[in-house]
Structure formats: C-alpha cells, structure tokens
Design a protein around this ligand. Structure first.
Ligand code: IPE
Ligand code: IPE
Ligand code: MG
Length: 245
C-alpha cells in the first residue's frame, strides 16, 4: 500500500497553518468533457472536505486561494460564475461550518467584491466568530503584491499623520499590517495540479513555508492526499537560515 494512513502522521508535528493553491479545476472538467464551472463546483466540495479533515488532525488554520487578483482577467462568464459559486457556498455551508466549529475569515480586497458577496461574508464572520476548532481563511480577490501594497499604504498614512517614524518600519511592524496578523504564518503550502509557481499567493507570509506540489487536480484532492502532504512535510528539516545538523 502506497497510500499513507493517518497512523503515518506524527500527531506532535502537525502543521498549524496549511495554505492551499487549489489549482486544476479547469483541467478536471476538460478531461470529463464538462464545463469549467463544473470543475469549480467540485472544487468547492473538495475544500469543504479538506477543512474538516484538517481539523480532525489538529490543523489550526487553512488558507485557501479561491480567486486571485489576476483571475478577473478570465472570460466574463467564468468570473461571474465563480462569484456566484463563492456566494452560494458561503451561504449554503454556513450551518455546516458552524456545526464543525469553523471560523470563517477572508483575505483580499474585500470592498471590490460584489455587494451581495460582501454581505454574505459579513454574515459568515459574525455567525462563526466564536468558533475555535479551525480557521478557514478564504483568499478571494487576493493578490500577494496587493497585500504588501495595502500594508505599505497604511504605514505611509501613519507617517503622514505623525504617528510613525519611517525608521520604525521593520519586518515585524509590516507583518502587523498584513490582512491577518493574528494568524500564524503557513508552515506548509500545498499546490495541486503540478504547477511549480506561487501565482501571487501569500508572498509575505510564505517566506519560510515548506512547499508541496502534487499532480492531483484540486477536485480529486482527498483525505489521503492531505495525509501524504502532511507526512512529506514532517520529513522536512526546517532550517530558517541556520545550520541544522
Ligand atoms: C483553480 O482552477 C481555480 C481558480 C483559479 C479559480 P483553474 O480554473 O485554474 O484550473 P486550471 O488551471 O484551468 O486547470
Ligand atoms: C492560482 O491559480 C489562483 C487560484 C487557485 C485561485 P491560477 O490557475 O490562476 O494560476 P496560474 O494562472 O496558473 O499561475
Ligand atoms: Mg489554474
């Protein structure tokens, strides 16, 4: 048996935060002769399963890349289909997320999203804010460069207002201006569908994340894929620039 089982995972070294680039929905659909949106629908089910499977092994945060700042450049029909699907999921899964102890937050330029989607997410935040089993951070209209730009703008405003000296801007200070400074940085970054790139995801926070790329297409990503990724992560030596013998 090549499939890793739960028992292969060391419960003492579970990554606290797993970030996921959920790629390959389009290829999954094309291989079946289905519309791309059907791949996205199956993709959202895969995310729902991931959140619960990750919570079960003690993962504290999942950040899921749902829509990038560059994805607006896709055909209008796909963009509007994705916005509708995200809104549908954010509404349809709310009760399930409440029952499973999931706290929902988002990352990205929120104010640029369709108003109905903002309203639904605001309801999700409010209804799940006291949940503490796992955080689901949905990156929607998210760009890693935009996040850093937004932090730089906040720092510049504080300088203009005389509340901050330019010399006080450092790594820690800027970290505090990112979208979710309260969350730990990702220990593990998973990308599905085989592409070896970060596509503008969490550029600041993944400075020392371990990378894991699988050929599995996102809609097929299962519990055993999660366990294989976590087991692989547990075989790594994290060095943070030091000499580790
Ligand atoms: C990832 O799947 C989901 C989003 C980017 C919204 P893709 O739609 O990028 O799937 P591929 O890369 O075309 O297979
Ligand atoms: C990254 O996937 C964005 C999401 C998964 C939401 P893309 O499919 O957009 O990335 P590229 O275009 O292959 O780099
Ligand atoms: Mg893609």
């Amino acid at each position: 048996m090549s499939t890793k089982k739960h028992t292969d995972i060391d419960p003492e070294r579970i990554p606290a935060h797993i970030a996921v680039i959920m790629d390959g929905n389009g290829r999954w659909a094309r291989r079946r002769g289905l519309p791309r949106l059907e791949g996205h629908r199956r993709g959202y089910k895969a995310l729902k399963n991931l959140v619960v499977n990750a919570a079960d092994i003690g993962v504290e945060v999942i950040t899921a890349y749902a829509f990038s700042s560059e994805n607006w450049n896709r055909p209008a029909e796909e963009v509007s289909g994705l916005m509708k699907l995200i809104r549908y999921a954010a509404k349809a899964e709310l009760n399930y997320m409440k029952k499973e102890g999931v706290r929902i937050v988002t990352s990205g330029r929120f104010y640029e999203l369709p108003q109905e989607l903002q309203d639904q997410f605001n309801e999700d935040y409010e209804e799940t804010k006291n949940n503490n089993r796992i955080v689901l951070n949905i990156a929607v209209n998210y760009g890693g460069r935009n996040e850093i730009v937004d932090a730089a703008r906040s720092a510049a405003r504080m300088v203009v207002e005389g509340k901050l000296s330019p010399d006080d801007i450092d790594d820690k200070m800027l970290s505090g201006l990112m979208y979710h400074p309260e969350l730990p940085e990702p220990d593990l970054l998973i990308r599905t569908a085989g592409e070896m790139r970060v596509s503008n995801f969490l550029l600041w926070e993944t400075a020392y994340s371990e990378l894991y790329v699988t050929e599995t297409l996102w809609p097929d990503f299962s519990k055993s894929d999660l366990y294989v990724a976590v087991a692989d992560y547990q075989g790594r030596t994290r060095k943070f620039g030091k000499v580790v013998e």
